[in-house]
Design a protein around this ligand. Structure first.
Ligand code: AP5
Ligand code: MG
Length: 224
């Protein structure tokens, strides 16, 4: 069982790395952003509540995302472990997650904190292409699809996310600084935070994550 959280600002590569590790470890990627985007596309009540907030780059209310995660953790595929991508994002969400896990007799093994300079984030988000069907992400320059404009896995035409427009990107970075960045401090006393340099190719970043996890499996008690 491996219970992981990805922390890091918008564009840090949480989704990119979570998809890779989900395949590697055969555990599900639980991305609140992807789940909310599906809800928006379907026009469900949650989607209607979230749409304008997401497009402007603001956070969706805690109770909405807490419920999404509680449901996701109850699914059979999450019983072997999970990779949370984009949750928690506030202290209230982190305490709610603690309660959800305690209720199930589970705990967080590692918090992977992806560290990427601000100027790189803006470049990554402005060039990102997303598959609306399977939520995989590409970048026009640094991580292009094999065939221009088409998803490698299912040939779906790729789109730009509405919240990757400059104004929404600014708001998302500010929301991260105000509400999410302090979560590394929330988890630090537990000795589970691993800060990973998020620059370099996706393969290099994945290699760093895998060795951080491996070192700790073989090195015994975790370092802060
Ligand atoms: P969410 O979907 O979680 O967006 P985010 O946190 O802003 O993060 P991103 O998905 O933009 O970035 P990422 O770190 O996943 O980067 P990626 O791998 O794509 O949330 C969206 C919205 O939903 C929020 O604003 C909010 O409204 C709502 N929401 C979601 N969760 C919520 C919650 N818990 N509470 C409240 N509201 C919530 O990579 C970015 C780009 O860089 C891609 O183009 C990729 O190909 C490229 N790239 C990745 N790695 C590399 C690399 N190593 N080298 C070069 N390029 C790379
Ligand atoms: Mg993402």
């Amino acid at each position: 069982m491996l219970n992981l959280i990805f922390l890091g600002p918008p564009g840090a590569g949480k989704g990119t790395q979570a998809q890779r590790l989900a395949r590697r470890f055969a555990i599900p990627q639980l991305s609140t952003g992807d789940i909310l985007r599906r809800a928006v596309a379907e026009g469900s009540p949650v989607g209607k509540r979230a749409k304008a907030l997401m497009e402007s780059g603001k956070l969706v209310p805690d109770e909405v995302v807490n419920e999404i995660v509680d449901e996701a953790l109850a699914r059979p595929e999450a019983q072997r472990g999970f990779l949370l991508d984009g949750f928690p994002r506030t202290v209230a969400q982190a305490t709610a997650l603690d309660e959800m896990l305690a209720r199930r007799g589970r705990k967080i093994d590692y918090v992977l904190n992806l560290d990427v300079p601000a100027e790189v984030l803006v470049d990554r988000l402005s060039g990102r292409l997303t598959c609306p069907r399977d939520a995989s992400t590409y970048h026009v320059r640094t991580n292009p699809p094999r065939r221009p404009g088409l998803c490698d896995r299912d040939d779906t035409p790729l789109v730009q996310r509405p919240d990757d427009q400059p104004e929404a990107v600014r708001r998302r970075l500010a929301e991260y600084q105000d509400k999410t960045a302090l979560l590394t401090g929330y988890y630090k006393p537990r000795g589970v935070v691993r800060t990973i340099a998020g620059v370099g190719t996706p393969e290099e970043v994945e290699g760093r994550i895998v060795s951080a996890l491996r070192d700790n499996v073989t090195a015994g008690p975790a370092n802060p």
